[in-house]
Design a binder for this molecule. Structure first.
Ligand code: NDP
Length: 285
């Protein structure tokens, strides 16, 4: 695909195409009496989590993946949640297990993520999958950075030898993003809250990924002329959803940029579908 004059990397449009491709593959599996299945566990009633879970359910329905949602009370104990995860590990019709984060304070998130069968870990957060990602690349990689790589690839963005700068080092975005860009031969810098002179780094970036969680944090003057800008941030403001990048200012300088909403978010969901399909194909042959 080509970036148009509007300079937009259209995550929503690409995600739609991916859904069509996934639907076809799901239909083929159904002819063999295999129906891919994703189960999401939602603990408590965090409003943002409820919205994300409903997006995931709707996306599954659009492509024919069986989706089910297990709601658990916000005072659910560690033992109760662990036993639910184990039950799903042993259920052959469940290909993907996703425990929606964040979890309530009484739950040890790390222990829960470790309890998920790595073969069903469609979020790619299990230490086995994280290790595979670092060592050799893995199919079940975290959805947001994997979706960003897919978006870059569909727009034929050449990463080889490019300066890539990732702002943010979380386990779900920044760190896996670093490995994926590196594996694609970019020269990667990761910035975080202790980075001195952030602008010095962002101004060098041919590929700039912002995953900070602060509205309009990356201003236009921090962007290099001709850069590809990926805005991961989802921040609620009086103007609705805004990203981590000051969109209009950055767009003036950038060669291409993802909008918020309509950029990385839809690609994250499409990648979850891809991971579920891949987990199903891998596990059930
Ligand atoms: P985290 O809060 O886990 O990580 C934020 C990162 O930003 C940290 O590494 C932090 O550094 C860094 N940071 C904070 N302040 C600064 C600063 N002043 N300068 C440089 N770096 C800084 O967030 P996530 O990675 O989970 O999410 C980031 C954003 O992306 C959020 O808005 C979230 O909602 C969104 N998101 C969107 C998704 C999508 O599908 N579009 C999916 C996942 C997340 P340090 O480590 O030093 O604290």
């Amino acid at each position: 695909m080509r970036v148009g004059e509007d300079k937009i990397l259209d995550g929503r449009g690409v995600a739609k195409k991916i859904e069509v491709e996934i639907s076809k593959k799901v239909d083929e599996l159904k002819e063999k009496n295999v129906v891919p299945g994703l189960t999401v566990i939602l603990v408590g009633d965090n409003p943002a989590s409820q919205v994300y879970v409903s997006y995931k359910e709707k996306a599954c329905n659009r492509v024919g993946i069986n989706s089910s949602l297990i709601r658990m009370a916000k005072d659910t104990s560690q033992a109760e949640l662990l036993s639910e995860v184990k039950r799903l590990n042993n259920n052959d019709s469940v290909d993907g297990i996703l425990v929606q984060l964040p979890l309530p304070d009484q739950i040890d998130e790390e222990e829960i993520l470790k309890a998920i069968d790595p073969a069903k870990d469609v979020d790619g957060f299990h230490p086995v999958n994280v290790g595979d990602l670092v060592v050799k690349g893995t199919n079940l990689a975290p959805c947001t950075p994997k979706g960003i790589m897919e978006l870059l690839s569909r727009y034929d963005v050449d990463l080889e030898g490019k300066e890539a700068v990732v702002v943010g080092r979380s386990n779900i975005v920044g760190k896996p993003m670093f490995h994926m860009l590196l594996d694609n031969n970019a020269t990667v810098t990761v910035c975080h809250s202790r980075t001195k002179d952030l602008k010095y780094h962002t101004k060098r970036a041919d590929i700039l990924v912002a995953a900070v969680g602060r509205p309009n944090f990356i201003s236009g003057d921090m962007v290099k002329e001709g850069a590809i800008v990926i805005d991961v941030g989802i921040n609620r403001s009086d103007d609705g959803l805004v990203g981590d990048v000051e969109f209009e200012g950055a767009k003036k300088r950038a060669a291409a940029i993802t909008p918020v909403p309509g950029g990385v978010g839809p690609m994250t969901i499409a990648t979850l579908l891809m991971n579920t399909l891949e987990a199903c194909e891998e596990r059930r042959g």
